[in-house]
Ligand binder design. Structure first.
Ligand SMILES: [Zn+2]
Length: 343
């Protein structure tokens, strides 16, 4: 409630006096000077209830439109504690029955700022947050949206992170290095819904598809496709011009990539950095890479060749010069090998 004029101050004052008499010993305002009580009451009811709770953060955050209903905010390149922790992206899809988010940024303060940005363009409630993966730079903002009543959706496997020593020591470290934006009130929000397979859902007028990728960049990753806008949010598994991360749901991911190719994705928003300049090319590179990987590893599985030996035998020269090859390729090959054994 904003105290716009003296009349509303008077009404509030009258209400305070009456309520302190009626509520008696339960009313904490009884023990405060009336002016403090009015201030406390007023700040409890300001139009953005989350504002006072999270430290303000001074970063440049803009909602960039990538589809009729789809937006994202782009973190700056850097290490985790640069730019007040604003190094990762978040997606925002506005429907006529609520807002769907993709990831939650690296601090509650950043998430609160994102919420304010969203409030500049819509009053729709935040109904769902789809989390690409559980790494600190994408999840510490979740509590802000949980408080807004959003359902948190994450891929199966994230408890490997949540229950790990890494998760708790990382949080402790960030409470120090990203203070006051991450502090003793920051906690890891557990998801309401865990998915181990593709999931389609509709909010208002918009259809969404979640693709569960499995163990890829992290213990568990997923992507979100906004069907109406043809916008793909990829989290940290797929960046333009870089070797992607492949999970252990490879057959399904390959089929999905094929359908995304024919579907003509209009925007591809990764977990860091700008949206892809040529989304189709990024999808095609990933599809070809995965197909090659499956072809080569299938031979090894069929002939019962041990993974290390099979990996050495494959000609990787087509991909070896791409960024992230060292970090991703062997791990990808192993996930594909394992998934083919199961198939
Ligand atoms: Zn990340």
């Amino acid at each position: 409630m904003k105290l716009k004029n003296s009349r509303s101050v008077f009404y509030l004052f009258a209400a305070m006096v009456i309520s302190s008499v009626v509520i008696g010993s339960y009313c904490k305002t009884k023990f405060m000077p009336i002016s403090d009580a009015i201030a406390a009451e007023a700040s409890d009811k300001t139009s953005t209830p989350v504002k006072s709770k999270y430290a303000d953060v001074d970063v440049d955050m803009k909602l960039v439109k990538v589809g009729e209903h789809s937006y994202y905010v782009q973190g700056k390149a850097g290490i985790a504690t640069d730019n007040a922790g604003f190094i990762s992206n978040a997606g925002v899809v506005i429907t006529d029955a609520g807002v769907v988010l993709f990831d939650a940024l690296g601090t509650p303060s950043l998430a609160n700022k994102l919420l304010q940005k969203i409030r500049e363009i819509t009053d729709q409630p935040i109904v769902k947050v789809v989390v690409s993966h559980y790494h600190a730079d994408h999840i510490y903002g979740l509590q802000v949206f949980k408080e807004q009543g959003a359902e948190i959706i994450a891929p199966d496997g994230i408890y490997e992170y949540i229950d790990s020593e890494v998760a708790s020591s990382r949080l402790e470290e960030r409470q120090f290095s990203l203070d006051p934006w991450v502090n003793e009130n920051t906690y890891i929000v557990k998801p309401d819904t865990i998915l181990d397979d593709t999931e389609k859902f509709t909010v208002g007028n918009i259809d969404f598809t979640i693709n569960v990728i499995g163990k890829a960049h992290s213990d568990a990753d997923l992507t979100l496709f906004v069907e109406n806008d043809k916008v793909l949010f990829t989290g940290d598994i797929l960046f333009e011009g870089r070797v992607p991360f492949i999970g252990n749901h490879t057959k399904h991911w390959l089929e999905t990539l094929q359908s995304l190719e024919t579907n003509q994705v209009t925007a591809l928003v990764p977990g860091h950095g700008p949206a892809a300049k040529d989304p189709q090319k990024a999808i095609t590179l990933t599809r070809e890479y995965l197909a090659y990987m499956r072809e080569k590893m299938a031979i090894a599985v069929e002939e019962m060749i041990d993974f290390d030996e099979a990996y050495k035998e494959v000609d990787w020269s087509k991909y070896a010069k791409l960024p992230a090859f060292e970090a991703a390729n062997r791990r990808n090959a192993f996930q594909v090998y394992l998934s083919l054994e199961l198939e």
